[in-house]
Design a protein around this ligand. Structure first.
Ligand SMILES: [Zn+2]
Length: 376
């Protein structure tokens, strides 16, 4: 599956990817920022050095499998970016004849990993940072509703009214004119309000940013139905003719602030549940056990954390902070080195748990790396 157009990260079926694994290290995952000549150069150096390092560390039979996999993925790795493409994700395994290529309008950090399954943590972080949202850009005579999915903007609705033309004629006094104008603005804004509800219901976004110059957006806010008001992620002051990329930037800033406060409050909830001995656990062992019992409602992970360990791909025995033994101590199956945090994330995906990435300073104890709010 190779996409030839830009994909929002929310369109990538991460749950299906989390179901995939092999007993051996046969899945190559590549994340690259691809815009600009500079990146092209840096990517080549990075990919070459990771390719040789991995080759050196593999047994001969896996080495030739890896070379085949890379050969299969190589043209997708170094392909010219399409218009607007800023990042690319490639999952490949020649053994499984598996090749997924996603072109993104957002930038991932460089990563080149060979593992028993597609490496999903960087994708998970992108999905946390780039949820789908709407922007309603409004002034007293114009309203545009734009849907933004991973920085790909698509206008969904455009309403306008021509106040000046409607009321230009006639010998009205300034006062009468102002009065009529106010009335016209009011009725325009209530038309907008009616439309927002419908547009929001159609698009399954988390919410929308209310943007525009002057007071119109505040007036609109006041007349929005309560349930729509609750979907407003933030209000920003921008010119009505703002270029699309700047609108996306302003919207992203609001979304990221909103996301931060969401993960902060999850971290707060974890703390208070633990204090009162409620439905929460922390630390790798307890979180792992709860995930295996499908009791986790929300998995909390400290941003950019990783914990070395190993996994038995036969019985899923997962051990942290130790080197893999030749054979699994439980079932004798093959073991492989893993990032335990990635494995916990995949478990969360398979059991339908939410995931929040939290800042180190918001977490109870940064040594614990993970915590979980439980269903029961
Ligand atoms: Zn085992």
């Amino acid at each position: 599956m190779i996409s030839e157009e830009l994909s929002p990260v929310t369109d990538i079926d991460i749950r299906a990817l989390a179901e995939i694994y092999d007993e051996q290290d046969v899945y190559l995952s590549v994340y690259l920022p691809v815009s600009g000549r500079e990146n092209e150069h840096l990517n080549r150096i990075f990919v070459d050095s990771r390719f040789s390092a991995i080759k050196k560390a593999l047994d001969p039979d896996l080495r030739s499998e890896f070379e085949k996999t890379f050969e299969m993925a190589e043209s997708s790795v170094f392909d010219e970016p399409i218009s607007g493409e800023k990042g690319r994700i490639i999952f490949a395994s020649s053994k499984e004849s598996f090749l997924h290529v996603y072109r993104l309008a957002v930038e991932p950090e460089q990563s080149f990993v060979l593992d028993t399954s597609p490496y999903l943590l960087p994708l998970a972080k992108l999905r946390a940072d780039y949820e789908d949202y709407g922007v309603l850009l409004v002034d007293s005579r114009e309203a545009r509703f734009t849907c933004i999915r991973s920085d790909i903007a698509e206008e969904k609705k455009h309403l306008s009214t021509d106040l000046m033309n409607k009321h230009k004629k006639g010998g009205w006094s300034q006062m009468r004119f102002n009065h009529l104008r106010k009335g016209a603005i009011k009725s325009f804004l209530s038309e907008v309000a009616d439309n927002v509800q419908g547009t929001c219901d159609q698009l399954q976004t988390r919410g929308f940013v209310l943007a525009g110059p002057g007071e119109a957006k505040q007036h609109l806010m006041e007349i929005l139905p309560q349930e729509v008001q609750q979907k407003v992620l933030g209000v920003v002051d921008v010119p009505i003719d703002i270029p699309e990329d700047e609108l996306v930037e302003a919207g992203d800033a609001v979304l990221q602030e909103n996301e931060k406060s969401k993960s902060r409050s999850a971290a707060e909830e974890l703390k208070s549940e633990i204090l009162k001995g409620g439905l929460a656990v922390y630390g790798i062992e307890d979180v792992k056990a709860s995930l295996e019992q499908a009791r986790v409602n929300t998995l909390l992970i400290i941003k950019d954390s990783s914990v070395p360990g190993w996994l038995c791909e036969r019985c899923q025995n997962l051990q942290s902070n130790s080197k893999p033994p030749k054979e699994c101590e439980r079932c004798g199956g093959p073991t492989s080195t893993v990032d335990v945090v990635e494995e916990l994330y995949e478990l969360a995906q398979r059991t339908g748990a939410n995931v929040e990435f939290v800042e180190k300073e918001d977490f109870l104890d940064s040594d614990d790396v993970v915590g979980a709010l439980l269903r029961y």
